[in-house]
Design a protein. Structure first.
Length: 365
């Protein structure tokens, strides 16, 4: 009997879990690289086409972006991702301290404003980090018990002994297994919390203190609510001082993650909307109904320049392809059909993926 798409995706997801459980792990690179791989894949699928290759250097860059936010201190110390000195997290934290960079600021915007020696130091740090990811965790990510099992991707074509283009300007590519790419897209909402949980356990085990688990989890994956509050008034103004969902004015406003943050960990500017506190609380971690999805697509298009300017002024993260790709993954996965979506307080409607696809296909990149 032929294996169904759902069965195949779950089988491949189980093998990813085996990588977490049985693969060698002396630093947190393996966990963070897996998260980065899924993030880059989701962003590359924003147009609805599953890619056959991914730029390995973009995965390395995404690893740096993830670590940038994880330099948030625990008291007066960093969380330990490795017992070795000079690990990437330590280098990023030292750079932030030396050049007055903030962990909660958007990495690209903050570092893009540097010049002189600071800019050169950052380029070198970032290049070293990307090279390290391409050289070590990416080729070894699929090694289990000493045996290589390239079930997700190949790091170079057959007959090659190293990265293509390593001496030139050609991009280094991961060649994806077609079934594995689909499986990661289908199951990343299941895999992400498992990977994050494994990373949390890894860091807790190496912490010189005995911090509360919830505190460490907020540092690794949390969003700073005080930082979010800086966007409440500007986003509210962009929406005519009205709630994004109920369209009513007045009352107490908050910033809501349109795509639930607990699923996506995406606090980029394109995933943030102004909402009444009661709408925000009622929606919680549910998907918004298709009517809201349609409004969100219009918001991204009609307010594109304003959102770009706001992100620049506030040094806030922005990655529209990633956010739109995440929306497609959430709304279009086969498991999403008939999922209750939030319309308004105490009002829900089952998701029709065909209707969601019609809306998402019209959202421009």
């Amino acid at each position: 009997m032929e294996e169904s798409r759902a069965e195949r995706s779950l089988r491949i997801a189980h093998r990813v879990v085996e990588v977490l459980d049985r693969g060698g792990k002396t630093q947190s690179y393996k966990y963070v690289t897996l998260l980065a791989l899924m993030d880059v894949l989701v962003a590359a699928t924003a147009d609805g086409t599953v890619p056959t290759t991914l730029d390995a250097r973009r995965i390395g860059e995404r690893v740096v972006e993830i670590y940038w936010r994880q330099t948030r201190p625990l008291g007066d110390q960093l969380l330990r991702h490795s017992s070795q000195n000079g690990a990437l997290l330590d280098r990023i934290a030292a750079f932030q301290q030396d050049h007055n960079q903030k962990w909660y600021a958007d990495m690209a915007t903050s570092t893009g404003a540097l010049d002189g020696d600071a800019a050169r130091q950052w380029r070198q740090l970032k290049a070293d980090a990307i090279s390290r990811v391409c050289r070590d965790p990416l080729p070894r990510l699929q090694v289990i018990g000493g045996d290589s099992d390239p079930f997700l991707y190949r790091v170079w074509e057959p007959g090659q002994t190293g990265w293509a283009g390593v001496t030139g300007t050609a991009r280094q590519q991961l060649h994806l297994d077609a079934d594995a790419a689909v499986a990661l897209l289908d199951t990343h909402l299941l895999l992400r919390p498992l990977i994050e949980r494994a990373l949390l356990s890894f860091v807790l085990h190496r912490s010189p203190q005995t911090p509360k688990e919830g505190t460490v989890e907020r540092i690794l994956f949390g969003v700073d609510r005080r930082a979010l509050s800086r966007l409440t008034q500007p986003l509210k103004a962009l929406n005519g001082n009205a709630c994004f969902y109920c369209q009513a004015k007045g009352g107490h406003f908050q910033v809501d993650h349109f795509l639930p943050w607990s699923y996506t960990r995406d606090d980029g500017i394109h995933n943030l909307v102004p909402a009444h506190a009661q709408c925000n609380a009622s929606k919680s971690n549910r998907l918004a109904a298709v009517e809201h999805l349609n409004r969100w697509g219009g918001w991204l298009d009609h307010r594109a320049d304003d959102l770009h300017e706001l992100a620049t002024n506030k040094r806030w993260p922005r990655d529209r392809p990633h956010t739109v790709g995440m929306a497609r993954s959430l709304y279009l996965t086969p498991a999403a059909e008939d999922t209750p979506t939030w319309v308004a307080p105490l009002q829900f409607s089952p998701l029709v993926t065909a209707a969601a696809r019609s809306v998402l296909d019209d959202i421009t990149m």
